[in-house]
Design a protein around this ligand. Structure first.
Ligand code: ATP
Ligand code: MG
Ligand code: MG
Ligand code: MG
Length: 439
């Protein structure tokens, strides 16, 4: 992409309404624009990051054997009356009626709708296990929408639902979700710690929240510092291997790590004092096993081998896709701007032309652009007639992992400058060497 033809409305001033760094940086970098309280337009740069995150989530869910689909944002109130949640959900639910006076709602979550699909089409245990998921916009009329996309009213969520014949099979689905979530967050450059949590209005016994440690997080968390040493890495996973998935769950959840809702001071005090941590965290996902709560209410049963009709065991599993954009920035920035992890960066590399209009510099930039593109990478070429200082500030703000600076002086010696956004270190390389290093 050439910056002269792109739409990147960066802001010079620091937006007064933004209280936390990710919100400020997203506004300044021209990633989002508020449409109404808690409702945002995703401008091109923000949209690109959102899509990168969405793709990682898709890839990891599919790898785990979970099946993508798409349900609508608007749902019928009748289904929610059947489950009993229409009245229980309260003011967070946006209620709408159509021209015929039929009650509808903008879905805050999809347990009812997916259970209705399941009960309409599945009746035998032979069709299980089944996990369906979608990535769709949700609406929750939050009392205090704030921190930009972190607590929006309209937000993008991946929500998946497993249907299993019994509790043991459903717990395997739970473990698969835990494993696939750990992989997903790591690919986004994030450490998200599974913590024992409270099941709240969805109900159920087993649940973990995934938290990214950050001072601006809205949850208070308590943990054994040993949990922060764990990394998933690139170990081979067989998602059908019940013992392997269970082993990973145990590895990642056996140390003390809890949100304030389930915090147990007596247990916490048993951890050696130098490992006890109290901190703030951002909830970027949650997994639940809730048994037959919805299948019983909505009559989703399957016939077992011996002919009995039993309600299916279910769980639901969510990732805050749009919240993650903010969470990643909270975890990865400096005073100049965002520092994108490689896995989610909107462009792989910036090209800064120090002397736009100089035939040699323009030619070298075009050649770099062509080589990077041919390798399947996406460069962002700043080809505007601007001062170098302004170009550098924009690149630092939008946080691409690499910047290649091209100017007549270097070209005389056959070199360009390659700068790492994370370390700030620069080196002089031939254009070919720079391309190889970025790739
Ligand atoms: P929170 O405690 O932050 O209100 P939640 O527990 O109500 O979140 P879940 O029902 O568990 O949310 O939804 C799954 C994921 O969706 C959450 O882990 C979070 O990452 C994301 N999410 C929830 N509410 C919002 C919101 N208002 N804006 C952006 N993302 C959200
Ligand atoms: Mg909530
Ligand atoms: Mg929560
Ligand atoms: Mg939650």
């Amino acid at each position: 992409m050439r910056l002269s033809r792109y739409f990147l409305p960066v802001l010079k001033e620091i937006p007064a309404e933004a209280q936390i760094v990710s919100h400020r940086l997203m506004l300044r970098a021209g990633m989002i624009k508020q449409a109404q309280a808690g409702i945002y337009s995703w401008l091109p740069l923000g949209f690109k990051v959102l899509k990168k995150i969405e793709n990682i989530v898709h890839e990891e869910q599919i790898r785990a054997g979970h099946i993508p689909m798409l349900m609508p944002t608007l749902q019928s109130a009748d289904l929610w009356r059947e489950s009993g949640r229409y009245d229980d959900y309260g003011e967070e639910m946006l209620r709408i009626s159509d021209r015929h006076g039929r009650d509808m709602l903008y879905g805050p979550t999809n347990e009812e709708l997916i259970t209705d699909i399941f009960r309409s089409h599945v009746s035998s245990y032979k069709d299980l296990p089944l996990t369906l998921y979608h990535i769709q916009w949700k609406f929750r009329d939050e009392v205090r929408p704030r921190f930009g996309v972190m607590r929006g009213r309209e937000f993008l969520m991946k929500d998946g639902y497993n249907f299993d014949v019994d509790k043991a099979a459903a717990m395997h689905a739970y473990n698969r979700h835990l494993v696939s979530y750990l992989r997903s967050y790591e690919r986004m450059g994030l450490q998200a710690i599974p913590m024992r949590a409270d099941s709240g209005p969805i109900g159920g016994d087993d649940t973990h929240e995934f938290l990214v440690l950050a001072d601006t997080g809205e949850s208070e968390v308590f943990y054994d510092s040993a949990v922060t040493d764990l990394t998933f890495g690139d170990r081979a996973i067989d998602y059908d291997d019940v013992a392997q998935c269970q082993g990973i769950l145990e590895e990642f959840t056996s140390r003390y790590a809890r949100t304030d809702e389930t915090h147990d001071p007596a247990l916490f005090d048993q951890i050696p004092e130098d490992r006890r941590r109290t901190a703030r965290g951002i909830e970027v996902g949650q997994i639940f096993y809730f048994g037959t709560k919805y299948s019983e209410a909505l009559g989703a049963t399957v016939q077992t081998a011996d002919g009995a009709a039993v309600p299916v065991h279910m769980g639901s599993h969510g990732i805050g896709v749009s919240r993650l954009v903010g969470a990643i920035i909270e975890a990865s920035h400096d005073d100049k701007g965002i520092i994108w992890p490689e896995g989610v960066t909107p462009f792989h590399c910036g090209i800064v032309n120090l002397k736009q209009g100089d035939a040699e510099a323009d030619g070298a930039c075009e050649a770099l652009y062509g080589s990077l593109t041919a390798l399947g990478l996406e460069p962002l070429y700043d080809d505007r007639k601007e001062r170098a200082g302004g170009k550098f500030a924009t690149m630092d703000l939008i946080g691409l992992p690499w910047r290649i600076t091209v100017g007549p002086r270097g070209l005389k010696n056959g070199v360009v400058e390659l700068t790492s956004r994370r370390t700030g270190e620069s080196e002089e390389l031939t254009p070919q060497e720079a391309v190889e290093k970025v790739a």
